[in-house]
Every structure is written in C-alpha cells, then in structure tokens.
Design a protein around this ligand. Structure first.
Ligand code: IPE
Ligand code: IPE
Ligand code: MG
Length: 257
C-alpha cells in the first residue's frame, strides 16, 4: 500500500478497515532496551500515537480505538501509574489543538470515575472541544476492561427490566450490544497488538467477535507509518467469512461488483 491511497483515488478504499482497534504494548521494554526506566517508554508511546492518528486521518479511516490503560494496569507500581495519569492529563491538554486541526473527534471509553477530578474534567473538556469534528473518531480506552463493559451493559439492562421498560424475553444480542461502549459505531474490522504478545488482555471482548487479528513484534514506540501500512496490507488480503464458506463469500463479492 502506498501513502495516501485513499486521497489519490478520491474515495475510501473498500479494503481498508472502517474501524481499527490497537493494543499499544511494549513501551516499558522499549525504554529498558535503551537503558532507561520503563516508564520513560510512555511519552515515546504518545509520539507513536500521533503518527498513527495522522495516517488514519490521511486514509480517511472512520474510527480508531486505542487501548491506553486497562482496568488491570492500576496494579502497576504507584510511581508508574502516577506518571501515566500525568502524561494522560498533559497529552489531553497539548494534543487537543492538533486534533481540532485534523477534524478529529475524541471520545474516552472506560470507567472514568476512578480518575482524579481534574483529569475527569480535562477529559470532558477535550471531548467537548472536539465534539463537532466530522473526521476521524478517536476513541481512547482508559480504565477500560472488556469484562467491565459487558458487566455495565448487563447492569443497565437489569435496571430497565426492573423499571418495566423491557421484558427479559426481549433481551437478545442486538438489544444487549446497545448498552456497550460505542454502540453507535461499527465493531472493529482490524485489531492490532504490538509488543509480541498474542493475547487480548481484556480489551474489546464482545466487539471483537469477528475482528481480524494482527500481531506485531514491534514495540509500540517504534510502530510507524510503514508498520501500520503493513498491517493494512495484510488485512486487505484476508477473506472475511463470518461463518459462511469461502465460495459463498466469493459469489457475494462477484454479485456486488
Ligand atoms: C503498554 O506498554 C502501555 C500500558 C500498558 C500503559 P507496557 O508498559 O505494557 O510495556 P511492556 O509490555 O511492559 O513492554
Ligand atoms: C494491555 O497491555 C493494556 C494496554 C496496552 C493499555 P498490558 O501490558 O497491560 O498487557 P499484559 O499485562 O501483558 O497482558
Ligand atoms: Mg505490556
């Protein structure tokens, strides 16, 4: 894939994912390899975020979801957690103007109640400042866990049943998924994990049921335009069958063209 494919063709490439979800892993190892303390990898990770957002904007990818901090990451040493929170705060303040320029709309997903009040306010402020932007939707998953997402959806549904708004018989997959985070956007087409591990680590559990998985050994701060383009190229060669046979999928593609 060459740079700016979507721009050059004047339309969005149909083989491009409409939603990319990324587990940005490997910041600590990246820093240690350089003889630095592991938390020094996180600011370098923010640089990589900037680059990936830029490519997604260029390619007119509608949604990008980044796993920034999991509900399990609170278990890290307090010093590292504090530094990550500090970095989150500073990045929100600093990046909002760049997001504006690129027409990026920011949304933070996860249980934000656990964050300090001033961080919660900064999140709201950044979301408000970018809410009318019509370009890329950038979803940052912070204090997010896939199980938390499913449990909070179950809780909201139970409340509706208790209020008599819906009957238990009405609960199906469609109804359930309306209560998950970002029910208004398509599920991810492409999931990328950097850092070499091949696991989901409690990221989007429900939403990744049919997502194409791509694992890279590259450490997140090194993940650049070329690496993303490689992932997109790999994605474009996959046949997504959603339970059908390969032949059925080919027939449908032929009919559509
Ligand atoms: C990912 O990088 C960033 C967060 C989880 C906040 P890590 O900090 O997990 O880096 P490694 O996996 O230890 O190298
Ligand atoms: C997943 O990375 C979470 C984020 C990238 C935010 P971890 O480094 O926390 O995952 P594990 O612990 O290796 O599974
Ligand atoms: Mg890690």
């Amino acid at each position: 894939m060459t740079n700016g494919t979507a721009k050059e063709s004047g339309s969005v490439d149909k083989r491009l994912p409409q939603h990319i979800a990324i587990i940005m892993d490997g910041n600590g190892r990246w820093a240690k390899k350089r003889g630095l303390p592991r938390y020094a990898g996180h600011p370098a990770g923010v640089e990589a975020v900037r680059g990936v957002v830029e490519v997604c904007v260029e390619l007119q990818i509608p949604v990008l979801t980044l796993f920034a901090f999991s509900s399990e990451n609170w278990q890290r040493p307090q010093k590292e957690v504090n530094l990550i929170m500090d970095l989150f705060m500073r990045s929100l303040k600093k990046e909002v103007r760049r997001l504006e320029r690129n027409h990026v709309k920011l949304r933070v997903i996860g249980d934000r109640n656990a964050f300090a009040d001033n961080l919660q306010q900064q999140i709201e402020e950044a979301e408000r400042q970018t809410e009318n932007n019509q370009g890329l939707l950038l979803q940052v998953a912070a204090n997010y866990g896939g199980r938390w997402d499913i449990a909070q959806a179950a809780k909201r549904l139970a409340e509706q049943v208790q209020l008599g708004k819906i009957a238990p018989q009405q609960i199906d997959e469609e109804q359930f998924s309306r209560h998950l985070c970002f029910a208004d956007v398509p599920e991810p087409d492409l999931f990328i994990r950097t850092g070499g591990e091949k696991r989901i680590s409690n990221f989007l559990l429900w939403q990744c049921a049919y997502t194409e998985l791509y694992f890279s050994d590259m450490l997140w701060p090194d993940f650049n335009r070329k690496a993303l383009e490689e992932a997109l190229h790999d994605f474009s060669s996959r046949q997504r069958r959603f339970g059908r046979t390969g032949e059925q999928v080919q027939d449908r593609t032929a009919e559509a063209s």
